[in-house]
Design a protein. Structure first.
Length: 270
């Protein structure tokens, strides 16, 4: 096994885990990282990038295992647990339907570094606008358990923007939640929980289609990326919840804008 390929797999896993739940676009960072590392020369690069997302999702499931499994177990008899499951289904559906129908167009036309760069800048500006709009306003909903179906639908519609690489699924859902009156912690946690069905569905579909392309020789590469993604996502999730309890998302907005402008300069003539 090529040691350099394993190192690249570890870097890709780190990028995925570190950015999946931050409002900076993990897909966008993976596209750029793969371009810089020359990772697409690896024959199963696209499948690998899908697989390591499951590592990040497992981090959410593990950290929130008591909540996740408690809600699933209690849903048949507990109204609040059942409502959270229903809200997640409502928020899941818009992106699931549109993403399935537009999947080929998105991958063929929008998956490129320049699109990512523009989306990073535009998304950063929108975060600044939304943060200014909600500044000083009291949140109407402090907990994910108190979210109502119309709010869940609004977050699901906001998630549609994240079908464009570089927008950020977490960024779209968190900002959507803030705009609809959720507290920062509630918006962030709902985004975490919403990532489970949407990413498992998307990743599962892609992996099923690619099932005949992977062999035993790919196992070490996939394992390294998965483990690094899982571990780095664990660190980021814990840090993000602590951060948002007393801070805004403005630093992420400026990061997006600066990074996006740098990428536009790099890829303008490519």
């Amino acid at each position: 096994m090529d040691a350099l390929l394993l190192l690249k797999a570890a870097v890709m896993g780190l990028v995925e885990g570190a950015t999946e739940f931050l409002p900076v676009s993990s897909t966008g960072h993976l596209i750029v990282a793969a371009d810089w590392l020359g990772f697409h020369s690896y024959k199963n690069a696209e499948t690998f990038e899908v697989f390591i997302q499951l590592g990040a999702i497992l981090a959410v499931v593990w950290l929130y295992r008591a909540k996740v499994f408690g809600v699933l177990a209690a849903a048949p008899r507990d109204r609040n647990a059942r409502q959270l499951v229903i809200n997640l289904m409502i928020a899941f559906l818009p992106a699931a339907v549109v993403g399935f129908l537009a999947r080929d167009f998105i991958k063929e036309v929008l998956f490129n570094p320049f699109t990512v760069a523009v989306a990073l800048v535009v998304g950063g500006i929108l975060i600044l606008v939304i943060e200014r709009w909600v500044a000083g306003r009291a949140a109407r909903t402090e907990s994910v358990d108190d979210i109502r179906p119309p709010t869940a639908l609004g977050v699901g519609i906001a998630q549609l923007a994240a079908l464009v690489p570089g927008v950020s699924r977490s960024g779209a859902t968190i900002m959507g939640g803030l705009s609809l009156g959720l507290s920062r912690v509630a918006a962030t946690e709902f985004s975490f929980f919403l990532s489970i069905p949407i990413m498992v569905a998307a990743s599962g579909y892609d992996l099923w289609k690619a099932r005949d392309l992977m062999g035993a020789a790919d196992a070490p590469v996939f394992a390294v990326g998965f483990i690094v993604s899982f571990l780095s996502a664990m660190v980021v999730i814990r840090a993000l919840i602590k951060f948002v309890s007393s801070n805004t998302f403005i630093p992420f907005a400026w990061y997006r804008i600066v990074f996006g402008l740098l990428l536009i300069g790099l890829y303008w003539n490519r």
